[in-house]
Design a protein around this ligand. Sequence first.
Ligand code: NAP
Length: 242
Amino acid sequence: MNKVVIVTGASRGIGRNIATTLAKKGYIVIANYNKSENKAIELQQNLKKENINIDIFKADVSNRDEVKKLVQFVINKYKKIDCVINNAGIDQVKMFLDITDADWNNMISNNLNSVFYMCQEVLPYMIHEKNGVIINISSIWGVTGASCESHYAVSKAGVDALTKSLAKEMGPSNIRINSIAPGFIDTEMNNNLNEEEKQEIKEEIPLQKIGKVEDVSRTVEWIVEDEYITGQVISVNGGWLI
Ligand code: NAP
């Protein structure tokens, strides 16, 4: 049987391209979405036209019970989970003094608790198989900190710490856990920036270009197939942070 992979937040942006890339490579893909049902259905139908079948599954990954249901769906249908790409995430630009308790908790729930829940729900199956790969999509801001996005930066730094801790704890069970930390990738997440602001960022990046979703997917493809890399935070940022 081909490898089974769950991609969270696969309706749009980076996750959608990761799901597409892995499906085209022959992985059995379960594409998770939350609010963008139409986009998830469209993704499924586009792949169907190329004779590629994927499952789509609605779950708010900031909710433990919904993550449990997603994992149970996959186990009931395929009996195993080889890989998880924890990609779902939100951002919010707000000055530190304006961040409310609700903003803070919402950020941590969506970006960090989601990864905690998913790892706890899938790892028993991976440990049983003595096989597994988890990739967490974190961010350059988790490494550097980010002005006006402190709660986002904290959530992503937490993801990286969880990646490293789990890599140590799960290595003896032959489970590899890595983070991929993108820099600036052209998706709806950055729609709050105007063209002038995007141009300024481009000029700060040594490769002088904004990243594409494919740049992240290519790294995912490499890490899922690899056998000896674990506990790393892999930068995909055009040299923005060196
Ligand atoms: P995006 O275009 O805004 O897409 C976000 C995706 O996450 C959507 O598919 C959304 O699904 C899903 N999602 C959000 N909250 C969810 C939840 N609670 N449960 C299930 N799905 C949820 O963002 P993106 O740029 O592709 O970002 C993907 C990941 O890369 C995020 O973790 C982000 O922090 C990280 N990242 C992005 C950049 C960048 O420059 N774009 C840079 C560094 C890191 P629905 O619409 O179906 O709800």
